[in-house]
Design a binder for this molecule. Sequence first.
Ligand SMILES: [Ca+2]
Ligand SMILES: [Ca+2]
Length: 345
Amino acid sequence: MYACSKSLKNKQYGAVLIMVLLIVALVAGLGIKFAGDYQLGLARAEARWHGAQARAYLFSGEGAAIKFLATDDAAVDHRQELWAQPVPVELPDGMGQLLISLDDANAKFNLNRLAQIKGDFNNPGKSPEQRFTAAQLIFIRLLQALPNPQDPHAALVPSPEDATQILEAIVDWTDQDSDPSGASGAENDYYLGQPDPYQAANMPFRSVEELQMVRGVTPQIMQGLRPYVTVLDASEVLNLNTMPELLFRCINVNTDLSPLSESQAKSLTGEKPSAGFYANLADFNTSLSKVIGGQVQLEGEFAVATKYFWLTTVVQIGDQRRTGRSLLLRGSPSFKVVRREEGNL
Ligand SMILES: [Ca+2]
Ligand SMILES: [Ca+2]
């Protein structure tokens, strides 16, 4: 236990040290330019100066994180790796603080996995595995597993039928045609008939927030889903090593649309290898077959490594506080920034 926490402390210290060195090196060049500008400044320019510096540090945080991630083992990603430790950095001369944290974007279910349908999608007479893709099966179970903060004994989405209705509307929201799916799909005819009319997107989700426009997604369901869903390229799947516990309840035999019980999910996560992470999908399959019999389709929906990371950089200089959020894609040879959100970059 002691050795374990000592090793973690050493790792954290290592992460901080590497990050500080990278940031100092990246900011050095910028600092010279800003120092020159400062000589010209009046007192009232100080706020602007701090703002500009904060901005420079945000950019540096991004550059440092990319260099830092380049040292990570791409074959497997889990929360015991260095990237998962938030790195607080004291800026030189007591100027302020920088906090850099990375999170796995593949830890959440990708809504853009739902658009692809099977030929029997609209045929309720077919069995679940004939009708739904593996991603759709996971999502139908997720809707039913969502906790209800108002009433823990009443499910937000009580049955597979209710969940299927929401799925049909989601498929219509993203597919290009205007033909409603099943009995509860919804296209422009439905949305244009609302008191505040709008059109279906008819393209992949660009933001999780779009989901609240979809028929059947109530504010409560939206709030319930938000911690578990994301929007990435349609090919992106879940990382077993970083996804929240609730998503383990969404894995079940192909013939069952219900989520696993909490105790089944506990048994499943209890089978995790002693190292604390899965090195490959085959290890997880072994765990799974001990807990639930029957056929489960994992391939194509789960991975043990990650392609996208969210970087959050918070910088505080004087009374200026800036936050930047960047989506980083693991590329070859290096990471690149593919999206910036909420930030002041
Ligand atoms: Ca890794
Ligand atoms: Ca459509």
